[in-house]
Design a protein around this ligand. Sequence first.
Ligand code: ZN
Length: 283
Amino acid sequence: MKIFHRFTMDPVDPYVDMFKTWGVICDTYSNGVEVYFDEAHEKTAEILAIKDELKKTPGVVGPHGWWVDFTEEEILAEPWAEMRMTHESYYPQPQKHMEWKKQVYENVCPAKWCGVGFHQKAPFRFAREFRMGRYHFITPYVVNEVFAVNRVFEVLQAEGIRGWETLEARIPNGQVSQAVKQFQFPHLAKAGLLQLERYPVFTCEQCGVSKYRFHERDYFYFPEHAFSSESDFWVMQEWFGQGRFNADRRLVVSRRVVEIALREKWKGVAFRGVKVLPVRSAP
Ligand SMILES: [Zn+2]
């Protein structure tokens, strides 16, 4: 497991040159420099001290984030993993005023910063047929939904993988996409994520539901009864997100799904570590 740090800073800052001599990646954009490094880097303490010093001047240093890369061995050592989409393209339609949202979802909490609680009531529509190139999986922009090419569904079916259904994707002129279909995952985790205190939380005043931000420095921990062999796909109970009206639930898959994805070299998905912990029953 490798933990990466990322923050942005003022592009003219002289520290950028020093960071570069230390082998830290500094990508320059129009409005800043993105500093990116492995936490195992020998200069981590120095970099973070400089960042904290610069932070005393407002606006010089942007938000500091992390993410974790797991090795294949780490993922395959556990019975479950989080599956995350890595290839994003195509806007749901009608795009104007996010009209698609009213057509596709029901029960979206309209409160500012919320957006939880939705349920899909209709297929997504797109402006043209999908061209998938070398990708097997895709998620449309602004949503976290799983679409895949037919080959993926054929393999999962042949392998006896359980707990998924498909829904057509609509394209213009009353047509249905022949390139992709959307996954539907009917199984909700039987117990929630553990150690929720590590996840920054926003609780909506209107609907009372909590929305979490990812804790990006570790595995996800669940009680062992959260998932069972009844399904290879489980949707987390928790809602995640940080946008104004954006929220979604994340997907946990069995080791068999991971093994198949790696064997088939499926592109457009990545996996993150999940550990299940024994939880003592009440005396
Ligand atoms: Zn709400």
